[in-house]
Design a protein around this ligand. Structure first.
Ligand code: UFG
Length: 329
């Protein structure tokens, strides 16, 4: 299939572009390079530097490459930043997606696979965990809302155009780097747990802070569901290949296993051989104690499940890239 990957210079988008090419699809990447890296765009994918809000540039790209499906990753994705700068999130994530849908509508591109998030669920009550797709969506920050708005837009647009089909993939915590070492994770600023710990192992940070150890979890630290970025990319391809006219699909993407912050620190110590000094700090606002997926729906419907469930393996794949690229791309 001829696929436009938005945000294909970013962490998840670049991995998806690579896996698409590896599995025989044709890929065009569009990215505004606000936070993406030109070097992350896999060779073999033509690159267009454009912002999604530039509807005519997107339209032109869709036409020029005769695109059949869009995988839409481009977004701002920091929960904390979204609280401080909500309008940026609504403009970029919701506004950018509306513009993309407009361009697709003009050109007649009818397939969209959208990068949504478990942040659309907010803080589900304990009976809802592990989280299934039926869990009520009630975001607790503008990032989550901006993604939920896009889900809403796609549903409503689909009602007006019965040829349109889409899938919203709600990811849990994405981790790891390309197994062949060709792509990695390079965020500025970096706030995610595993990269922060690997920066400690590289000697770039003296130590890490664990944001609270008084949560109602077995070891007191927050539990998350870490999913390997290549598994995530493969899920996108599986979903894309299964989408048919009129489909409206929603899937949670995770392993179904939770790892606590302490367990992740232990995994990083084991993989890197570095002692990783940590201190316990206060809780970070907006962190739910426990988030992990019920991944059954996508397995039952499409046969997809995560292949790499061991947190140490995800850390090892990430570490290989971080060691070779201590300063990022
Ligand atoms: N943590 C620390 N110290 C750090 C960084 C993180 O203790 O220096 C903890 C956090 O408190 C949290 C866990 O490690 O308990 C994971 O934190 P991350 O920042 O790595 O990831 P989040 O779970 O906060 O965020 C992820 C995605 C978001 C998505 C969110 C959904 O990065 O895009 O899950 O809840 F919105």
């Amino acid at each position: 299939m001829r696929v436009l990957v938005t945000g294909g210079a970013g962490y998840i988008g670049s991995h998806a572009a690579k896996r698409l090419l590896d599995s025989g699809h044709q890929v065009v990447v569009v990215d505004n390079l606000f936070r993406g890296h030109r070097q992350a765009v896999p060779p073999g994918a033509p690159f267009v530097q454009a912002d999604l809000r530039d509807t005519s540039a997107i339209e032109k790209t869709l036409r020029q490459h005769d695109i059949e499906c869009v995988m839409h990753f481009a977004a701002l994705a920091y929960v904390g930043e979204s609280v401080l700068q909500p309008l940026d999130y609504f403009e970029n994530n919701a506004g950018g997606s509306a513009s993309l849908l407009r361009a697709m509508d003009h050109v007649g591109v009818r397939k969209l696979v959208f990068s949504s998030t478990c942040a659309t669920y907010g803080e589900p009550p304990p009976p809802e965990i592990p989280i299934a797709e039926t869990c009520p969506q009630s975001p607790i920050n503008p990032y989550g809302w901006s993604k939920l708005f896009v889900e809403r837009m796609m549903r409503d647009y689909a009602r007006s155009n019965d040829k349109f089909c889409f899938a919203a993939l709600r990811y849990f915590n994405v981790a790891g780097c390309a197994v062949d070492g060709s792509l990695g994770e390079d965020h500025h600023p970096e706030t995610h747990l595993i990269p922060v710990l690997l920066n400690v192992a590289l000697g770039k940070l003296p130590g890490a802070v664990i944001f609270g150890d008084d949560y109602p979890t077995p070891d007191g630290t927050c539990i998350r569901d870490y999913l390997h970025v290549e598994d995530l990319a493969d899920a996108h391809i599986t979903v894309m290949e299964s989408l048919n006219k009129g489909d409206q699909r929603f899937y949670n993407l995770g392993t179904g296993n939770g790892a606590s912050v302490h367990q992740v620190v232990e995994a990083v110590r084991a993989v890197t051989g570095h002692p990783i000094p940590v201190e316990i700090g206060p809780r970070r606002e907006g962190d739910p104690p426990m988030l992990y997926a019920n991944p059954r729906k996508i397995k039952d419907e499409l046969g997809w499940e995560a292949q790499r469930k061991d947190i140490k393996q995800m850390v090892a794949d990430a570490w290989r890239w971080f060691e070779k690229h201590p300063n990022g791309y």
